[in-house]
Design a protein around this ligand. Structure first.
Ligand SMILES: Nc1nc2c(ncn2[C@@H]2O[C@H](COP(=O)(O)OP(=O)(O)OP(=O)(O)O)[C@@H](O)[C@H]2O)c(=O)[nH]1
Ligand SMILES: [Mg+2]
Length: 457
């Protein structure tokens, strides 16, 4: 089990460690059997009901025990303390009674809220964003994934330098009480820290650009292959990886924990004589930290550029949650400019549904496909639906492919279910029916008067 690293210690470790995290040795993280044993008290300030189930699930994934929870119903979080002052007093007693050693808020806290709460409660205070970033840090495996997470963590911590300064002050970095003498060392430390962080961010972005350019090269190669692409997108734990595995025979890791997959995997899928590419990638969540969306821009591009997006939803969630999750995913898709891509809603985990719930889902989401990635139920329907989405736009094309372009001919065989070819003096005349998105990619060879300003030459 891992534990959480408070933002400021993560930050202090930055110049020394690769991912902005320090070894868990600070006094605020007591050790048991050599491992961090954190007991978190969960808090939320929200106008209505909201239960803390998801925050607890995030903490479970991060390896932190939950010692208790407190929800305050209020119009908006208090700007200074997140919770109202009276509630903070109440919380202090609860934290002590439950023997919790960290407090975790279900929203991203402003540095001021975080600082004030810590002062009032006398235990480290973390927010939902820090927990999510910590899980990402623990689950990143590839060089690109690690770079992206480190970038997101640094950007999150940059905004909290003031918080850091308070900690330094408390740790004795400042002198005296108030006045010019206090500011001196703290300020200059902050300036140094900021400069180091900025340098590191620049270096990270440069390295990511490099990785990104190789990714762009890979994508260009794939586009040259003209294969239609399908992206699996959706809430974390919805079953995206399981679905990729069942549909394509891939062996992507699957686990009942949040954000198990961070790095994209692409496999081919054969449907009705055509080859498709299917990509599984990082999942989304409510209040997904924008630092992660920014840092994962390259990864998310896989989704944004797909010809078809399968929005996978855990159909076994209660309707209210299901709708909130669906909305959260739609919001991120919009943010990454994938909102206009054709989309199919896939309700997964059908095996876990009662007959009544099945009927309700069919009624509420008439366009969705109900499947079980585990039992295979509904997968034939899904395959048909994918093919149909492309076939809706089928059009006849006549292409003249020069004899020197054997690669293009074999690409055509991949993407056009059946085609006919005639040898002519100038090359191979190919007639076929193919989806519009694909036909466009072959425009430069068009001879049937459909030739438009193509994308090439
Ligand atoms: N009952 C049931 N469980 C499923 C089904 N599909 C996936 N699961 C389970 O749901 C959990 C999450 O599955 P994953 O495939 O890892 O989900 P994911 O969407 O890739 O999740 P992240 O990568 O963490 O975002 C695992 O415990 C799976 O075994 C299904 O059709 N039925
Ligand atoms: Mg996954």
């Amino acid at each position: 089990m891992r534990g959480l690293t408070p933002a400021y210690t993560g930050w202090q470790g930055m110049p020394r460690s690769q991912n902005g995290r320090t070894a868990q040795s600070s006094a605020s993280t007591p050790q048991a059997g050599g491992r961090a044993r954190q007991r978190a008290y969960c808090i939320a300030a929200t106008p209505v009901g909201e239960d803390l189930a998801e925050l607890k699930e995030l903490l479970r994934t991060a390896g932190v025990a939950v010692a208790g929870e407190l929800v305050q119903h209020r119009e908006s979080p208090h700007p200074n303390h997140y919770l109202g002052q009276g509630k903070v007093e109440e919380l202090k007693a609860l934290v002590k009674a439950a023997d919790a050693n960290v407090v975790v808020a279900d929203d991203e806290l402003s540095p001021r809220q975080e600082r004030n709460l810590e002062k009032a409660l006398d235990v480290p205070v973390l927010d939902r964003t820090a927990v999510i970033l910590d899980i990402f840090a623990g689950h990143a495996h590839t060089a690109e994934g690690k770079l992206q997470v480190e970038l997101a963590q640094l950007e999150y911590n940059m905004a909290r330098m003031r918080g850091l300064w308070t900690h330094l002050e408390r740790l004795g970095a400042g002198r005296g009480v108030g006045g010019i003498g206090t500011r001196g060392p703290g300020e200059s430390q902050i300036e140094t820290d900021r400069r180091l962080a900025r340098d590191r961010i620049t270096a990270l972005k440069r390295r990511l650009d490099h990785v990104r350019s190789t990714r762009a090269v890979q994508r260009a190669e794939r586009e040259r292959a003209h294969l239609p692409s399908v992206a699996l997108a959706g809430y974390t734990n919805a079953g995206k990886s399981t679905l990729l595995n069942t549909l394509t025979g891939a062996t992507v890791g699957v686990r009942d924990r949040l954000f198990h997959t961070l790095d994209p995997t692409t496999r081919t899928l054969q449907l009705q004589g055509r080859t498709f590419l299917m990509t599984d990638t990082v999942g989304f969540i409510r209040k997904l930290p924008h630092q992660l969306v920014n840092a994962f821009a390259a990864t998310l591009e896989e989704t944004a550029l797909a010809d078809l997006v399968l929005h996978v939803v855990d159909g076994s969630e209660p309707e209210e949650d299901l709708e909130a999750m669906t909305r959260a995913v739609e919001d991120v898709l919009e943010e990454i400019h994938a909102a206009d891509s054709p989309r199919v809603l896939v309700l997964n985990k059908a095996d876990a549904l009662s007959d009544e719930r099945r009927a309700e889902l069919a009624f509420r989401h008439p366009d969705a496909v109900l499947v079980s990635a585990v039992t295979g139920e509904g997968l034939d329907d899904l395959r048909e639906r994918i093919a149909a989405e492309f076939e809706r736009t089928l059009r006849d094309v006549a292409l003249l492919v020069p004899y020197t372009e054997g690669g293009t001919l074999s690409d055509l065989h991949d993407v056009a279910g059946d085609l006919s070819r005639t040898d002519t003096a100038d090359g191979v005349l190919v007639t076929a029916r193919m989806p519009a998105v694909l036909a466009e990619r072959f425009d430069r060879y068009a001879v049937n008067g459909a030739a438009r300003d193509g994308d090439g030459e």
